[in-house]
Design a protein around this ligand. Structure first.
Ligand code: MLC
Ligand code: AMP
Length: 508
């Protein structure tokens, strides 16, 4: 009784095997399924099918997260995972944009959701408090049905909801199961946020599909992750480069004896993966020295899942993202949309396959513009060298990747302009060894006003995700503009060229 969703049917076959470990202990596949059916019953409340109603949920990394996700799918709904650290205005935006019918809320987030959803027609359902009765029947779910909406920033100012169908998700999972050879013997440590494809599809749904064990840790902490590796048993780990940089820093600050133990612990893992942002070659090399692992770097995107990957077996080339994954078609395209043939010439990565998402939620124009003749245009520019793809950058200067999160400079600028002391501003991403890129703001204050980084950050953090809040500020008397009056972002970046000091925000 799963509505025909392959991931959930496979879970049924795993029976009493352990699926998850969270702070409460172990959870069997069978237990997750019972809990998921209760969620489905609670959402349906006598209806036969949610018929793609959007159901948002805000839950910490624990078994209830999986039960809720599966329950929404079983009942025929579209799952909208919310970020647990977002302030109320960001959550309100997602709840409004998806026109969510209900939101499943862990007790610790009730206050925030009340603030975010107070004005909306929205049922608030406390997580884990479902009636015991399971639904009499569940709808049959076609693979083309919408399954998941993930919010992603782009070149437009506010984030867009990328809609994946069950077919898209299945394709994304199956290609990674094959490429990275997930097996039921695997055990992975999960440290990523659960509102993005990396944390949901790669790090959670893949082990669930494989019948492996996924261990949730409540957020990422470098010391705790090392402790867990040293306790033994973890076989697969995946993270963003900032996390590896933190793990390296923790190893560096350990005593020589501890370092030996930490390094030895890594030997029992079979696979360590990096993605979501460029892994510096220096980090690849340092990690190899520490752990003996050549990190497997891969490339993906919310809209397409994973597309390119270094090989499981064979040479993993630092500074590259490998080759196309199974059943994912890739081509490089020139400015004119023509394919770029041959090696060594750069072009935009276009992607085609069942893995590619269906649409941006209720944004037909943006959806049309994102595709060309059936290919999804990623906006990332790459070159092929010896069969391996190397990412060279992005088409738009207004997209910033910080700590593995994609943020839009335009969205941040728009928000900063509403600050009472800001007359004009320009936001840029500046290369940074820890965060990949750092969100930096050049601000022209209103006459007679002054502004400091601390003030700006605390103001911003109430209104947008913490990783969007500028972490460096330059107060300027003019923004560099060209003859047309357009702000020249490369010139703005130069304002931040001196080593970034978070307290440094003097007038230039
Ligand atoms: C947080 N801080 C930042 C920041 N993020 N400062 C600068 N830049 C940023 N990006 C600050 C906070 O304000 C706070 O300081 C301090 O750092 C600690 O905040 P935190 O929230 O506790 O951060 P932390 O937990 O340490 O976060 C680091 C992280 C996290 C690396 C664990 O950023 C993370 O989980 N990133 C993963 C994102 C991810 O999963 N992306 C995948 C997208 S999908 P203060 O002073 O304010 O207290 C995708 C497709 C694909 O990309 O290919 O996978
Ligand atoms: P998101 O929209 O959050 O899914 O982020 C997707 C973007 O992350 C891609 O378009 C790339 O710009 C970037 N990205 C993902 N993996 C890598 C990688 N290994 N190297 C460089 N950039 C990456």
């Amino acid at each position: 009784m799963s509505g025909g969703i392959p991931l959930i049917e496979r879970a049924g076959e795993q029976g009493d095997r352990v699926a998850l470990l969270d702070e409460a202990g172990e959870h069997l596949f069978s237990e997750l399924l019972v809990a998921a059916r209760k969620v489905a019953g609670g959402l349906l409340q006598g209806r036969r099918d949610l018929q793609e109603a959007r159901i948002a949920f805000i839950l910490p990394p624990e078994a209830d997260y999986v039960a809720t996700l599966w329950g929404i799918w079983m009942a025929g709904g579209v799952a909208v995972p919310l970020c647990t650290t977002h302030p109320a205005p960001e959550l309100e935006y997602v709840l409004k944009d998806t026109q969510a019918e209900a939101v499943v809320v862990h007790p610790s987030f009730q206050e925030k959701i009340r603030e975010a959803g107070g004005q909306l027609q929205l049922r608030m359902l406390p997580s884990g408090r479902w009636a015991d009765a399971e639904p009499a029947s569940l709808p049959c779910i076609e693979m083309g049905r919408r399954a998941l909406i993930l919010y992603t920033s782009g070149t437009t100012s506010r984030p867009k909801g990328a809609v994946s169908t069950h077919r898209n998700l299945q394709a994304q999972i199956r290609c990674l199961i094959q490429a990275w050879a997930w097996t039921p013997q695997d055990r992975s440590l999960h440290v990523l946020p659960l509102h993005h494809t990396h944390g949901i599809v790669n790090a959670l749904l893949c082990p669930l599909w494989a019948g492996a064990v996924c261990e949730f840790s409540a957020g990422f902490d470098a010391r705790q992750a090392w402790e867990r590796f040293m306790a033994g048993g973890i076989r697969v780990f995946m993270a963003v480069p900032t996390i590896y940089s933190r793990l390296i820093a923790a190893w560096d600050s350990a005593s020589p004896d501890e370092q030996v133990k930490m390094s030895q612990a890594c030997r029992s893992l079979r696979l360590m993966i990096s993605g979501s942002a460029a892994l510096p070659v220096s980090a690849f090399e340092k990690w190899k020295q520490i752990s003996g692992h050549s990190l497997l770097e891969r490339y993906g995107m919310t809209e397409i899942g994973m597309a390119l990957s270094n090989p499981l077996h064979g040479e993993r080339r630092p500074g590259t993202v490998g080759r196309p994954l199974p059943r994912v078609e890739i081509r490089l395209s020139g400015e004119d949309g023509r394919p770029i043939e041959g090696e060594g010439r750069q072009g935009e990565i276009w992607v085609r396959g069942d893995n590619v998402f269906a649409e941006y939620w209720q944004r037909p124009q943006e959806t049309r513009e994102a595709f060309c003749r059936g290919w999804f245009r990623t906006g990332d520019v790459a070159v092929v060298e010896d069969g391996y793809y190397r990412i060279l950058g992005r088409r738009s200067v207004d997209i910033i990747k910080t700590g593995g999160y994609k943020v839009s400079a335009l969205e941040i600028e728009e928000m900063l302009r509403t600050h009472p002391q800001v007359q004009e501003c320009s936001v840029v991403g500046v290369e940074d060894p820890e965060w990949g890129e750092r969100v930096c703001a050049a601000v022209l204050p209103r006459t007679g006003c002054s502004i400091s980084l601390d003030q700006l950050r605390s103001w911003a953090k109430k209104r947008m995700a913490v990783y969007k809040a500028p972490s460096a500020l330059r107060v300027v008397q003019n923004l560099p503009r060209n003859a047309m009056g357009k702000v020249m972002k490369p010139e703005v970046k130069k304002l931040f060229e001196n080593p970034l000091d978070e307290s440094d925000n003097h007038i230039l």
